[in-house]
Write a protein that binds this ligand. Structure first.
Ligand SMILES: *[C@@H]1O[C@H](CO)[C@@H](O)[C@H](O)[C@H]1NC(C)=O
Ligand SMILES: *[C@@H]1O[C@H](CO)[C@@H](O)[C@H](O)[C@H]1NC(C)=O
Ligand SMILES: *[C@@H]1O[C@H](CO)[C@@H](O)[C@H](O)[C@H]1NC(C)=O
Length: 426
């Protein structure tokens, strides 16, 4: 190796070192696919309903994370004043996003003063138990009205290696003690509040999303390709449409088809957005996945495929239809577990006379983390039967997930919400 080559090597090494340091210090948010996320949540509810807002903030923001022991590991301190019980939820207390939301939604406001100093000391203890090989995001959610100055433990938190401390206030900006939030974060850019029309939630979600977009989801199985998995958009839905094609609904199945296509038409379709599978059911033996989640990437193709479906007639095996829908949790079918929201919409009159119990299968779907909707046509036609309200309600996850042709547009809107942020993406 000649001297010029040696010089070149040294130069490259120095540049590499500089860019490494640079990339570690510049990002506003830690860019890491694996992350410790420690949430310090004030539950004192000094403003009526304030805690509910903060809790909603936390669950909304969690949608940008992929919570799990190998991805985003969460811990949480929920606190108010000294004389009230603190909840200390250790690292990995939630192993999935759903579990995190369920546990967080179970938290209630309690009154009293706010002692953020003590909460941050507890947070420091939790920090000692974190996995130090990965970056840590500390998110303190409070309006900054601590009875005891939190500055000292806050500064110790800020000095922890590879750690970003953020503070978020969900209340009205003018009621927020900015000074204290600045003490907590040590950095004005790490304070998130409503600004203009933008809610603190939206700002935080955007920051997180930008950071997390660089993370490519790695699949856990070795059978699927992991080479060109695109970044997460947050708009991923694995949508399974389960349609009753038995004779009992003979005049009605065309309406199911047109409702199904209207839903598809309103969504953003694609591998990074909504993927659609269709199951039709009639007799047990005639229940099938007409196409799975990965079959079509284009909206027109899905709509054409649905329009081409023909009723087969026979008995009605509603439970079997839902069961077939559950196959669409498999990565081999194109499912994106841990990334996509699972949604199942069952179009049926609610009558079932063959196959597994629909209520039981619906429970199974909920366990598999599907959002589960039922849709019935209530209008009467010659030869049509009245709908079986009981089964329709058993099948929907609750009364609020049970629609008919008059309310169907609300269902479309509801599912579409998840795709709205991505409508202009390609
Ligand atoms: C906060 O949420 C709980 C349920 O999660 C509810 O019972 C309570 O009424 C809500 N409080 C306010 C002030 O909205
Ligand atoms: C910490 O995280 C790294 C990266 O995921 C992992 O390899 C390591 O096993 C973890 N350490 C502990 C003690 O869990
Ligand atoms: C189901 O509810 C509709 C009104 O929502 C009613 O017209 C119909 O009779 C009910 N059917 C049964 C079987 O109870």
């Amino acid at each position: 190796m000649g001297p010029t080559q040696l010089q070149l090597c040294i130069l490259v090494a120095i540049l590499a070192a500089i860019s490494l340091v640079y990339s570690q210090t510049t990002p506003l948010f830690p860019v890491a696919c694996e992350l410790n996320v420690l949430i310090v949540l004030d539950r004192s509810d000094s403003v009526k309903g304030g805690f509910n807002k903060s809790r909603k903030f936390v669950t909304d923001v969690s949608e940008e994370l992929q919570i799990g022991p190998d991805k985003h590991r969460v811990a949480m301190v929920v606190y108010s004043g000294n004389s009230y019980r603190r909840e200390i939820l250790p690292w990995n207390f939630a192993k999935t996003n759903e579990e995190f939301v369920r546990i967080t939604n179970g938290l209630r406001a309690i009154g009293g003063t706010t002692n953020t100093k003590k909460a941050l000391e507890v947070a420091l203890d939790l920090m000692q138990q974190r996995n130090r090989s990965i970056a840590t995001l500390v998110l303190v959610v409070t309006d900054g009205r601590s009875a005891v100055d939190p500055k000292e433990p806050a500064q110790r938190l800020q000095r922890e290696l590879n750690t970003w401390v953020f503070a978020a206030a969900t209340g009205e900006p003018e009621k927020v003690d900015r000074r204290e939030l600045l003490d907590i974060t040590g950095n004005i850019n790490h304070i998130v509040m409503h600004s203009g029309r933008e809610l603190a939630t939206d700002i935080t979600r955007r920051l997180l999303r930008e950071a997390q977009e660089r993370c490519r989801p790695t699949t856990t199985t070795t059978t699927t390709t992991t080479t060109t998995t695109p970044p997460i958009t947050g708009c991923e839905i694995d949508l399974v449409l389960v349609i009753d094609f038995s004779t009992t609904t003979d005049p009605i199945y065309q309406m199911y088809k047109s409702m199904a296509t209207r839903l598809v038409d309103a969504l953003k379709i694609g591998h990074r957005f909504t993927q659609v599978a269709v199951v039709t059911f009639a007799t047990v033996g005639r229940t099938r996945v007409k196409f799975n989640l990965k079959k079509y990437e284009k909206k027109e193709d899905i709509i054409n495929a649905i329009n081409g479906l023909k009723s087969t007639g026979g008995t009605t095996a509603l439970g079997e239809g839902i069961k077939a829908g559950l196959t669409q949790t498999d990565e081999k079918e194109g499912a994106r577990p841990g990334i996509a929201t699972r949604v199942m919409v069952v179009f049926t009159d609610g009558w079932s006379n063959k196959g597994p119990d629909p209520g039981k299968m619906a429970k199974e779907a909920l366990q598999q983390q599907f959002e589960l909707y039922s849709v019935a046509i209530k209008e009467r036609f010659p030869n049509s039967v009245t709908v079986n309200n009981q089964t329709l309600q058993d099948v929907a996850q609750d009364g609020a997930h049970f629609y008919d042709e008059r309310t169907y547009n609300y269902l479309i809107d509801r599912i579409r919400q998840r795709n709205l942020p991505c409508m202009n993406m390609s």
